[in-house]
Design a protein around this ligand. Structure first.
Ligand code: SAH
Length: 367
């Protein structure tokens, strides 16, 4: 089967030599002609993967409850921006806004809704999902274009979609991992010439076996820094959710997913979702370096349960038929449970704020 993006990448490599994992990653997701988010409908059963907001309305509702709580702890500012980066189909924002409108009508009335989305196609889908909030919704191609003001920000599965660099341990130390062509003219991994600042490595390079991969994510760091700068300037809270690890370590986490199955990362450029695990220790360090308060970093399951997921699920299931109640139980298990196919432990939640506030479930109210 011909793949126009694979042909384009091969032509690029033939002319200029091997490309970095970062360049491959961003071509796969964001190539304006053939990139994954421009050409595929990734979400849901018919797509390639299912995200938490697409599993159940409970997810977005809990995020809504959290944002209302954060707004109150910040002193209920009379103007607020509720923003999301990478809103996908707009499902989470729709569930958030339903809760905000019910629990905090003042916040709903005061708020402007801003969505940061690079894909033109997804913007249209989001606008459709968010009918009923017209006049309040605004779209931006870049986070930097958000207007100033007190900010409540959420992002789910955004960072995993921002390209990483990979370095592979060779006899000469760590070298940037590249993608070139093999004898059959197929894409293949190779070690390049660029090295890495050894201070970025969790343990000395010498004590790590050859072939070991280290992942660095300067582009994620830059997005985190931009978020922090905004929160510091006008106040607010950001909640960032993704799969990944709590501490920096070694390992190859580059993964492609197609039709709900893992796919070799080089097999179907532009036709499979390409992501990698998020290093939350790095994001939290960046936030602290930018002068922000890190309210907490938790497993998604602990965060949701601590916020009252089980009570909310019980309320949702009350007086419903058995099949509906079963579906709700199943959703709670997928969102908060541990083990294969469940998100509760694999996914992490990072919350950062400025100025300092005490936020449940990380800290009980001091009052
Ligand atoms: N949050 C959604 C979608 C996750 S998929 C959900 O949970 O269902 C990743 C989303 O991030 C897509 O909407 C994609 O278009 C968007 N995205 C990827 N890189 C981005 C960037 N640099 N800026 C803004 N959005 C981005």
């Amino acid at each position: 089967m011909t793949n126009p993006l694979a042909d384009k990448i091969k032509a690029l490599i033939r002319t200029n030599g091997p490309i970095s994992v970062t360049d491959y990653f961003s071509l796969c997701l964001a190539d304006p002609q053939y990139g994954y988010y421009h050409v595929r409908e990734p979400f849901g059963l018919a797509g390639d993967f299912t995200t938490a907001p697409e599993i159940s309305q409970l997810f977005g509702e809990m995020i809504g409850i959290f944002l209302v709580h954060a707004w109150q702890e910040h002193g209920s500012p009379t103007q607020a921006i509720i923003a999301e980066i990478g809103p996908g189909r707009g499902t989470m924002m729709s569930d958030v806004l339903r809760v905000v409108r019910r629990l905090a009508p003042d916040l709903y009335a005061a708020a402007d809704i801003h969505l940061v989305e690079t894909s033109e196609r997804l913007r249209k889908v989001q606008a459709e999902t968010l009918t009923g909030h017209e006049g309040k919704t605004h779209w931006h191609g870049s986070f930097d274009n958000l207007p100033p003001g007190f900010l409540l920000l959420a992002a789910n599965e955004l960072f995993d979609a921002i390209p990483i660099r990979q370095f592979v341990r060779t006899a000469q130390g760590f070298r940037e991992r590249m993608i070139g062509l093999d004898a059959e003219d197929e894409l293949t991994f190779a070690a390049g010439v660029a090295g890495i600042d050894p201070s970025l490595l969790p343990t000395p390079a010498q004590s790590v076996a050859e072939g070991t991969i280290f992942e660095a994510a300067p582009a994620r760091d830059a997005v985190m820094a931009a978020v922090c700068e905004r929160l510091r300037a006008n106040g607010g809270t950001a909640i960032l959710i993704d799969y990944g690890h709590l501490a920096t370590g070694y390992g190859d986490t580059l993964q492609a997913v197609r039709n709900h199955q893992y796919d070799p990362p080089l097999a179907n450029p532009g036709r499979a979702d390409l992501t990698s695990h998020v290093d939350f220790e790095q994001l939290a360090l960046r936030a602290k370096a930018e002068g922000l308060q890190v309210n907490g970093l938790a497993h998604q399951g602990d965060f949701l349960v601590g916020l009252g997921l089980l009570d909310r699920a019980a309320a949702l299931g009350r007086d419903k038929d058995l099949a509906t109640q079963e579906a709700i139980r199943d959703a709670v298990e997928r969102l908060a449970g541990a083990g294969a196919g469940r998100m509760g432990e694999l996914f992490k939640v990072l919350v950062v704020s400025s100025p300092e506030v005490a936020l449940v479930p990380f800290r009980k109210k001091a009052r």
